[in-house]
Design a protein around this ligand. Structure first.
Ligand code: BQZ
Length: 691
């Protein structure tokens, strides 16, 4: 009998060993299916796009001269421009010098909280903040710039030079530019953003800029009204110039915000953050358009900024478009309206809409054209890896965090994920690809041979769960903890996703179904974008499905978000308030590789560092990549100066990359969509525009 039992156990054991031996081994990810839809990009040099210089004469729409300059309401256009405006070169404009008039009608799924972007308020995304807030440098147009020697484009910072030892960077701001209410833009705006928002621990700027975003111990000071000086610990950390672009260094108007900041008033931080609600119109911006009308859940209307500091080579003050709309709807509706022609622009990023959008856009009568870019849109299942208090977990959540930090557990989750099925469930065809996580296959830093994953293998996954100390001891199909404070309980995991996108929810439902077969109970927690962001940034989640950002697509943009290089840089592992990071050994390796990448300018070394990063990332299942696919830009055919092959996401979103300020509509194609024709923004706080 003993023998029989032993033999059975042996057989079982062998079977188990055999199952584990059969369990999918780490494998190099297969080639992604080729996808023909990719449009051609015309690569140029950065200097081909624009320069800063004074021109002999400047021009503006005739109605501004007639109704505003001739009546004394506005200074002459030459007096509204800086000494050396940013001059877009006609040679880089696909359709050349434009003409004034018309509107770009955006549709967005977010909603405005207020105008205090610096203190973390969203304006609803979809390109509205990108248009309002100009930043020290600009990177979105780099998608069309030759990679060799690439560095961020000048913007509010028109030039810069490094000290001989590379630890200081002197930055020259554009001189004589003004906010849209006529107040001069100076280093005071830059320093208020840096000192009283980035460095103030009580303020969390939108897109999460912290001191570590620009390097541990980095300092910044103003030398005069138009000169600031950075001091870095590393020598020549040119990488940080990317972080001085959109999202992380886009100063707001200090003359509006500083008086409301707790350091300079009796306001609380909450009162500061909410000092300018969305119905505060004519908010001063450096961007090309100013909010002049807001109807909740309906529309935000923006009118051209009369002090905008960019012109074309003929001296025409930009933008060409007099008005922008942001219709407050849903992200899915953005695709539908762009294809139907009642909206003008969409980043087709939800595969569920691919087929219909392709069909409609293929018709000769289609109002919009649709161009696919590289396979750079992807999703990851992120594990909250903090076990020392970030997000104040209760007993259940803490037990999940401990599991998330267990290699067998993350391996089991990866092995139980059928990536092929998940991708095809979104859209049939050659669009989606198996994506293990890490750098996108569409990125110039991607190396397939450094990208590993565990192919789908449910039995192997179950064996890994057992190795993680989980067994279904009560036979209800869900594994139980076999020790610790949750001993005997079912393993229950909450999954945070954005409820604003069908793709996020569909992927979540797919993962939940697949995890149930593995024996994990995963509970969906779908929140709107704002709440999802808030729960994410504060660590209140067990697992999260997150769409990739620029750091995954380009490596060089938002680089600190590639690893926990600081207490608040990773999307899914941060330090508790006032606490330290509790990094796993491989996380420390990843952070070291990212820091080394940031500190060197040796191109070959940078490539090697990222390949090593990719290998450690994927072999350790830092995240479980789910699927990746190409996005497509849908834009109404009446617009000119749209660069061919503009990716919907690379260094930034397409709203930035197409350089909207130089987009125009030929006179004979202009629609009748303006809601405030021949008006300009009023004074900050005025109820609407000045007709
Ligand atoms: C693009 C983008 C422009 C944010 C947002 C939104 C937020 C996230 C992300 C995208 C929307 C559109 O993305 O989906 O196509 O227009 O706005 O900013 O998802 O919830 O927090 O990171 O960019």
């Amino acid at each position: 009998m003993q023998l029989k039992r032993f033999a059975t156990a042996l057989l079982l054991g062998t079977a188990m060993t055999f199952a584990v031996a059969q369990a999918s081994e780490l494998t190099v990810v297969p080639e992604a299916p080729t996808f023909k839809g990719l449009a051609k990009i015309n690569y140029v040099n950065a200097s081909d796009i624009f320069e800063f210089k004074a021109l002999p004469a400047y021009h503006e729409p005739g109605w501004i001269t007639k109704n505003f300059v001739d009546t004394g309401k506005l200074p002459k256009v030459a007096d509204r421009l800086p000494k050396e405006p940013l001059v877009y070169k006609a040679g880089n404009m696909p359709d050349g010098i434009g003409t004034y008039g018309d509107v770009m009608r955006h549709v967005i799924g977010g909603r405005p909280e207020g105008w205090n972007y610096e203190a973390g308020q969203t304006q609803g995304w979809g390109g509205i903040d990108i248009g309002l807030y100009e930043c020290l440098t600009r990177t979105a147009p780099l998608f069309e710039v030759n990679a060799k020697g690439m560095e961020p484009l000048p913007n509010l910072a028109k030039s810069w030079e490094w000290s001989a030892d590379g630890h200081k960077l002197t930055m020259h701001l554009i001189e004589g530019a003004k906010w849209s209410d006529g107040v001069p833009f100076t280093s005071e705006d830059v320093m208020f953003y840096w000192d009283d928002n980035v460095l103030d621990p009580n303020v969390s700027p939108l897109n999460g800029a912290t001191q570590e975003t620009f390097g541990e111990g980095t300092t910044l000071k103003a030398l005069d009204d138009y000169t600031v000086e950075w001091t870095f610990k590393d020598a020549f950390p040119k990488q940080y110039l990317y972080n001085m672009a959109y999202g992380t260094f886009c100063p707001g108007p200090a003359h509006m915000l500083k008086p409301m900041h707790p350091k300079y008033s009796k306001n609380t931080y909450d009162q500061y953050k909410n000092a300018f609600p969305p119905n505060f119109m004519n908010w001063p911006v450096m961007g090309a358009w100013v909010p002049v009308e807001y109807r909740p859940d309906d529309i935000i209307v923006l009118r051209r900024n009369p002090y905008y500091w960019k012109v074309d080579e003929s001296g025409n003050q930009l933008p060409y478009l007099d008005e922008l709309h942001y219709k407050l709807s849903t992200w899915a509706d953005r695709d539908v309206q762009a294809v139907a022609g009642s909206g003008d622009f969409s980043n087709l990023e939800q595969p569920e809409n691919f087929v219909e959008s392709l069909k409609r856009s293929a018709e000769a009568s289609a109002p919009a054209r649709l161009e696919f870019g590289p396979r750079l849109i992807g999703y990851n299942l992120d594990f909250n890896l903090s076990a020392n208090g970030w997000g104040e977990p209760d007993k259940r959540a803490q037990a999940v965090r401990e599991l998330n930090r267990n290699d067998h557990f993350r391996k089991a989750v990866s092995m139980a994920t059928d990536r092929e099925k998940l991708g095809q469930s979104l859209v049939k065809g050659p669009f989606t690809a198996i994506y293990p996580g890490g750098i996108s296959s569409g990125s110039s830093f991607y190396d397939r041979n450094s990208t590993f994953y565990y192919p789908f293998d449910l039995e192997g996954a179950k064996a890994e769960l057992k190795a993680a100390g989980l067994e279904d001891t009560d036979g209800n199909g869900i594994v139980n903890y076999t020790d610790g404070p949750m001993k005997g309980s079912d393993v229950e995991i909450t999954l945070l996703v954005s409820g604003d996108y069908s793709t996020d929810k569909n992927l979540a439902e797919g993962v939940i179904g697949q995890m149930e077969k593995l024996g994990l109970r995963v509970v969906l927690n779908a929140q709107d974008g704002k709440q999802r962001d808030a729960l994410n940034y504060s660590g209140q989640f067990d697992w999260m499905i997150l769409r990739n950002g620029s750091e995954i697509a380009t490596v060089v943009q938002n680089t600190p978000q590639l690893a926990a290089v600081g207490p608040k840089t990773s999307w899914f592992h941060r330090a508790p308030e006032g606490g330290q990071m509790d990094l796993l050994p491989f996380e420390t390796e990843l952070a070291d590789l990212v820091n080394k990448f940031t500190a060197t300018q040796d191109e070959a070394a940078r490539v090697d560092l990222i390949h090593k990063y990719q290998e450690i990332y994927t072999k350790n299942v830092y995240t479980v990549g789910l699927t990746e696919y190409p996005g497509a830009l849908i834009i109404n055919k009446r617009f000119s100066n749209i660069p061919s092959g503009t990716p919907i996401l690379m260094f930034n979103w397409a709203e930035d990359s197409i350089m909207r300020e130089r987009v125009f509509v030929a006179a004979d194609k202009q629609g009748d969509f303006e809601l405030h024709k021949d008006s300009l923004p009023g004074k900050p706080g005025d109820k609407g525009p000045v007709e």
